[in-house]
Ligand binder design. Sequence first.
Ligand code: GL4
Length: 822
Amino acid sequence: MRSNVFNKKEFVSNVKDNLKNLYRKTLDEANQQEIFQAVSTTVKDEIMDRWLATQQTFEKDDPKTVYYMSMEFLMGRALGNNLINLCAYKEVKEALEELGLDLSVIEDQEPDPALGNGGLGRLAACFMDSLATLGYAAYGCGIRYRYGMFKQKISDGFQVEVPDNWLKDGYPFELRRPEYCYEVRFGGNVRPEYGEDGSMKFVHENYQSVLAIPYDMPIVGYDNNVVDTLITWDAQAKEVFELDSFDKGNYEQAVAQENLARNLVEVLYPNDNHVAGKELRLKQQYFFVSASIQRALARFKKHHDDIHDLPEKVVFQMNDTHPTVAVAELMRILVDEEGLGWDDAWNITTHCVAYTNHTIMSEALEKWPIEIFQRLLPRVYQIVDEINRRFLIEIENRYPGNEYKKQKMAILWDGQVKMAHLAIAAGFSVNGVAKLHTEILMNQELKDFYDMYPQKFNNKTNGITQRRFLAHANPLLADWVTKHVGKGWITDLSQVAKLAPYAEDPKEQQEFMEIKRKNKIRLAKYIKEHNGIEVNPDSIFDVQVKRLHEYKRQLLNILHVMYLYNQLKSNPNMDFYPRTFIFGAKAAAGYRNAKLTIKLINNVAEVINHDPDIQGKIKVVFIEDYRVSNAEWIFAAADVSEQISTASKEASGTGNMKFMLNGALTLGTMDGANVEMYDEVGADNIFIFGMSAEEVIAHEQHKDYNPMEIYNNDPDIHKVLNQLIDGTFSANDKELFRDLYNSLLSNQGGKIADRYFILADFRSYANEQQKINSYYRNRKAWAKSAILNVAHVGKFSSDRTIQEYVDDIWHLDKITVKMDRI
Ligand code: GL4
């Protein structure tokens, strides 16, 4: 289906055939969902040939393979992306137009497979795209949650969570592979069994087991015939699967196992940067990790007799601590099933597993109560215990008599299993996700580990795929870029550097701004349809879209909107360029202040959008159900990208890069990857404000920050905060926002006042916002900066990130897939 060989006629006839076979319908009779299914099936057919050829290449070349283990893969829709990567998007669009069909309407029928929360899950998805595009053998390993991230409805300004039944119409881009199922065991007890020769082995008994059934999703590389695989594991009760034993077996046991299987994969925990600490979550982790390792070892054994060669062919990358039980599971298999001695097994394991840290937020650190861990995974626990025992000896040898070190670094301590410590003790690589983040890990959070194992630590600054976030999301800008630098940027984003000379060209500036305006109109339509709000495409689109979290400081943004509102009310003729403040964010279901912030944004919107004094100069919009599919439109339409986390808290951020790629100017703190964006684009083309990470950390250590002082001395801030509790934005319930007010001004329940330094950074934020106001009036200057943002985004491609993982950590072999046909 490459552009040069694509045959429209054949495509159309295949779509019709598929409609007939799937639904016994003609085109005229089918609805849009059915057409989506038929078109997707046609595209899947094309993918299948390449998928087969890729597998054959694996068989023949036996390349080293990475298993990217992640609880989350936030894939977004597949149809459009697959067409882009098959280089068939435009042709298929035209072919469908000839039938009177609109590809974007068809794409809109696809549910977003939302098997992730936010940045961490979306990063995994971008990585899969880059792995396939660069031609590396890779398996993503995750869970096929029945219900992904909840759908968000806004009702009376409040977030309401609605289950996301993404599989209800059947998902065309997955393949059930029951022939590759594995058993995973929970609970029971372990007892030693002695052989006649005096040997001993551990026997696990009285356990419950489930079967892990893989569903493979194709990951299509760009224009290279490579199709990698995302394995998502479903769970089934063994007795039901093997009907035979169900007939003979124990009914109660069968029902218990069915419940276990159903619960295991029922739902994704909707917490980002926060652990729920639920037993079921640990079960989910072990379930997919065990199944994935079993599948990896089975593949390895097809080509190899000696398990000692495993590190030459297999690497497991653990995406945060969620899959780190992999360390002990691999040890268990090597010791108990492969019959290796401990040292041998440890040597193999520690050359196969690597760990990525994605956050320093303490509430996101995974620690399991030993009681739960031991009860659920008795044999795996024994192994963790032994790893810990030996690790403590290592610390003792290195720091004789230093009990304090042992306490701080132990894997088992204080009744808990510390998953990060397990990952670092075993992993041959430990990486952070942006320069600043890695420095903080090495100098603060993980300093003891860095001192002991400096060679393990490295940085891999995150990236994003330009194929989804420019080629698919913003076809107008994509064409403009191609016109100037050729198509090379699609697989080599550094090529956009060649755009820099156009930044000064008035004609190009105008064209660029015209494209931005069209994208703003597209988003304005979406907002009109979904929110009923009329927004002005000539206003500045100022956007903050990301998970709702106190450290990301959506509250700072909306407090500043309130401040501007006050200014405009008292001085209607002040210098003010019309602004549309756009928010999109899901809050974890149990996160009270986050949910209250959503309500505040919606209430502020309600008041300001309807205040005639404002004359439409400020509009506030909360986009419901922010997700990958609408994100693509939002990035394309943004002028200002709000990246305003408290410095040191956002490990990297990746939304920041997607905005930059689409020519928005960043308003941000020196946090996460913003720091590197600043280095790339230069001080003239980015708006930086607020305390540095160092300053924040110093205040945290000295406990010397007092927001009350700011409140008492700054009358504008004083007024805004009082408006949280005087009914200005909650006429019917003055107390509604009391908790937000309190969170900024008083210490409560162990939480210190204004923990995220909102008041401390408020003035410098408002000043930068004022600069944006003036700068936007200078169309040429703005356009120049916007173009320079695109021109300097090259570093932030996930292709660059993946190549660094390959060079420094994974050492994979590149593959070439040849196809007979096409
Ligand atoms: C996160 C970080 O918060 C985010 O900054 C980063 O970009 C992302 C991918 O590395 O990982 N960590 C967790 S936990 N959730 C995230 O989104």
